[in-house]
Design a protein around this ligand. Structure first.
Ligand SMILES: Nc1ncnc2c1ncn2[C@@H]1O[C@H](COP(=O)(O)OP(=O)(O)O)[C@@H](O)[C@H]1O
Ligand SMILES: [Mg+2]
Length: 236
């Protein structure tokens, strides 16, 4: 086994053990001392068990996504990027009811040759981060435009920003940055790692700029002509 694989397994084991230990601990306490625990504490403990289970589910889904990303071949199809953005925003809006979402989508955006599920995953990660790392009441702006022969998708937030010394940690596996919102929110630091892998797998590029008043993540995908599109889809 390579050192990278060993490191990955060590990190995953740690990430899995933390919520599992807490679920087991609180379940044992409830089972062994049910009659002695006050109702409000019971409710609190069950709440923790639920929260940690959600954390585990999310983590397992993400780990599966990492191995899928490495192994899977992709189905490139003509995708209406604006439509996918609208779907993703509708879903995320329901989780962040106090954020505002502003779409600036280019009319008649040509379809891009992409894997629809992967694009959905990329956008979900970026819009989720933009929401999670900004305070309630702030806006998230999502735009599409054409730049030369590229489709450019931007996700801009008014959040806490990313410190220059953290730039090289951002896209690494399991890396979460130190700030007040990261410690208050759930996450496993796999989102941006997966996002970058997915973008690059579809011949795209991801970059970001950030300051104290927020961050902008930009994703570029090539637009192919009908002819090139046909060739690509036959090849994949
Ligand atoms: N839009 C953003 N603004 C500020 N910090 C961000 C933003 N997106 C990501 N980060 C930081 O980068 C870390 C890694 O992001 P990600 O891989 O999506 O993991 P997760 O969201 O699960 O913590 C986050 O924990 C957070 O600290
Ligand atoms: Mg994330």
């Amino acid at each position: 086994m390579s050192t990278i694989e060993e490191e990955f397994i060590a990190t995953v084991s740690h990430e899995l053990r933390t919520p599992l230990t807490s679920i087991r601990g609180f379940s044992q306490t409830l089972l062994n001392s049910w009659d002695k625990i006050k109702d409000e504490d019971k409710k609190k403990f069950i709440g923790i068990i639920e929260e940690q289970s959600n954390r585990l589910i999310h983590l397992v889904e993400n780990i599966l996504m990492v191995s899928k990303t490495n192994a899977e071949s992709q189905i490139l199809k003509k995708v209406n990027v604006n439509k996918i953005i609208e779907n993703v925003v509708t879903l995320i809006k329901s989780q962040y009811k106090n954020h505002k979402y502003e779409l600036q989508l280019m009319n008649n955006l040509p379809p891009a040759l992409l894997d629809e599920d992967k694009l959905q995953q990329i956008l979900t990660n970026l819009v989720d981060n933009a929401s999670k790392y900004s305070d309630a009441g702030k806006s998230v702006y999502i735009s599409t435009q054409i730049f030369k022969n590229l489709i450019c998708i931007k996700v801009k937030d008014e959040g806490i920003g990313i410190k220059p010394e953290d730039y090289d940690k951002l896209f690494k596996k399991f890396s979460r940055l130190e700030n007040h919102l990261t410690s208050k929110t759930q996450g496993n630091g796999l989102g941006l790692y997966i996002t970058k892998e997915l973008v690059e797998k579809m011949n795209g590029k991801i970059s970001f700029t950030s300051s104290e008043s927020g961050s902008i993540f930009e994703v570029l995908f090539p637009i192919y002509s009908e002819e090139e599109a046909l060739k690509c889809s036959q090849a994949s």
